[in-house]
Design a protein around this ligand. Sequence first.
Ligand code: FAD
Length: 368
Amino acid sequence: MNTDVAIVGGGLAGLNAARLLQAAGIDFLLFEARATLGGRIQTVNERGQPDADGFDLGPSWFWPRMQPAIANLVAELELPTFPQNNDGDVVFERMSRESPKHYPGLAQEPEAIRLVGGSAALVRAIAESLAEGRLRCGAEVTGMRLTEDGVVLFVRLADGQEERVHALHAIAAVPPRILNATVRFEPALDSGTEQLWKQTPTWMAPHAKFFAVYDRPFWREAGFSGTAQGMVGPLAEIHDATTSSGEAALFGFLGMGAEQRKTMGEKALTEGCIQQFARLFGKQAAHPRATLFKDWAADPLTATPADWFSAGHPRAPEGGWVAGRWKERLTLAGSEVSPIEAGYLAGAVEASAAAVAHLIQKFARNKG
Ligand SMILES: Cc1cc2nc3c(=O)[nH]c(=O)nc-3n(C[C@H](O)[C@H](O)[C@H](O)COP(=O)(O)OP(=O)(O)OC[C@H]3O[C@@H](n4cnc5c(N)ncnc54)[C@H](O)[C@@H]3O)c2cc1C
């Protein structure tokens, strides 16, 4: 099989690259290892199934006033949005021997905005705009080999079969650490590039989110916004996750490291989180209709063991993300390589747009 551009990764960056290549009339194929598109964007219902009106296990917010790249994409796709609920008191639990304290909530600046239906609305809208047969899910790229006129990608399909795809150029829309962990390069990468990718943290990969779903947003009726901070745990930062259609939920980021979460296990963590919600928001919080737990550090297509211990925003290297013989045939495009909004949804949009702009120039030069 042949294509002009092979895109590795079907998260926001890969999909945006596909959208822009299609608009430029450049042939492409996109390979996504997971069964579904979206990568770190995962919107699910209370049973944990992907849903058009659900809860965001990954990113929930963007900040349009600071992040024009994602704001413009959302506007172009005509996706409806709504603000994160901040009306009401915030709760702060400082220590276990003291009751949690309430404070009047402050208007959030800049305002965090959510997508109606959840962040996966972005993924659906882009995927629907792409020509049929261009997106392959359940297709993990395991190797890349340089040839005289391009790259051969080795693709492992869900049924275990291997496919070889020849492309003039490859766009890797995956975090550099994951690229290094999942793809074998022939010839091998130069050691500087390999070290750079290994040392680049994947934003939010060390984290885990917990959701409790309720029949009503009872905390709002009691004057709480749903925002809380805790020093006691297990959750460190809590927010209202109620959907735009009114499915009521609270969510929080776990405040302990990946190793400790693994040792405690999901059952004990779930019990601890529900007890914490009850301490912060009252007895009604002790009886959620459903709970959801997503530990991103345990997801091998987002995190490597290195992410358990090193967090933070990646920094763009001075010499570029790919050096040596691979430089002419491979461009990185995941959020982590954005020089402006590394790690964020906005970074995925920026990095993929920059990669495609580079390819449009390269193909125009080669034709000329
Ligand atoms: C818990 C959490 C909360 C977050 N909150 C926010 C937020 O509120 N706002 C915000 O702006 N950002 C947030 N982020 C960050 C945001 O999710 C990312 O910036 C964005 O989704 C990255 O998109 P991407 O396409 O660059 O990478 P990814 O979404 O990681 O996509 C990479 C894709 O490549 C696939 N893949 C990997 N290796 C291979 C391979 N070898 N072959 C084929 N496919 C492969 C993966 O399965 C994945 O689908 C959050 C992230 C997490 C985890």
